[in-house]
Design a binder for this molecule. Structure first.
Ligand code: 5GP
Ligand code: 5GP
Ligand code: 5GP
Length: 208
């Protein structure tokens, strides 16, 4: 009896706002390809269980193989940049995401499909546009958490998960947005459970 192909219930597709990743005490480093666009970037596509727990590092034998994503790399550089320090070219971040999360969805998606699926979701879930349509723009202003949540719901059809962090002045700010996706990776669904948000009722949308 082997414990293989651990199942999961749904994905969180998680995007990060670079202004909030950078605007904290820990700070950030731009990738070698230069300062990323002022847009949300992909953090990851994370298999999850309906009770809020999740599997991780499911297959130590499936190491990240960059040759499988060579055709996706220019899109990955653009839409999935790594902002951690020291400055890197993305491979470390992508490899971490594949090994920690992607390997738990191998029953549904191989490595190339996993990254391709995330890139397609990025196109579909255009957060910056959804927010702009509600006059919510990264201008260092404060917006109600509800107005941000409603603007995204208008765009996707479902209530998102919103995670905040704190800038160096301890202001609560928009950091990550979670939308839920079925196990095929194609269809947005109503979130079975929302991640815990840690946001104040009014949050800053920092410039990047
Ligand atoms: P943190 O503890 O900073 O919120 O998250 C640390 C890491 O745990 C994240 O980068 C991600 O890999 C994982 N993680 C956090 N929350 C969730 C979640 O709700 N679902 C899944 N699948 N992974 C999560
Ligand atoms: P905590 O006890 O603070 O919820 O979690 C401690 C650590 O375990 C954190 O790094 C958190 O990201 C991780 N963690 C919490 N819940 C889960 C889970 O359901 N699955 C996995 N793989 N890690 C988790
Ligand atoms: P998680 O475990 O939460 O899925 O991913 C977080 C890990 O990815 C951390 O070890 C972090 O240092 C690394 N990482 C590299 N680049 C980035 C980035 O741009 N944003 C975030 N949130 N984590 C990054």
């Amino acid at each position: 009896l082997v414990c293989l192909a651990q199942d999961f219930d749904f994905f969180y597709f998680v995007q990060q706002w670079p202004g909030a990743y950078c605007d904290t005490k820990q700070s950030c480093c731009y990738p070698k390809t230069g300062k990323p666009a002022a847009d949300f970037g992909i953090h990851g596509l994370w298999p999850n269980y309906n009770d809020g727990s999740w599997p991780s590092n499911c297959d130590p034998d499936s190491v990240f193989d960059k040759s499988q994503i060579s055709e996706l790399q220019s899109s990955m550089d653009k839409y999935w940049p790594s902002l951690s320090c020291p400055s890197s070219n993305g491979f470390r971040f992508w490899s971490h995401e594949w090994e920690k999360h992607g390997t738990c969805a191998e029953s549904e998606l191989d490595q190339r499909e996993y990254f391709e699926t995330a890139l397609k979701l990025k196109e579909k879930v255009n957060l910056l546009q959804f927010l702009k349509d509600a006059d919510i723009v990264p201008d260092d202003g404060f917006y109600s958490l509800d107005s941000i949540s409603e603007a995204i719901e208008k765009g996707t059809g479902f209530t998102p998960g919103i995670e905040c962090n704190k800038d160096s002045a301890r202001n609560s700010q928009l950091y990550q947005v979670y939308v839920c996706v079925d196990t095929s990776g194609f269809n947005l669904i109503k979130c079975p459970i929302l991640p815990r948000s840690r946001c104040d009722s009014d949050i800053q949308f920092p410039k990047f």
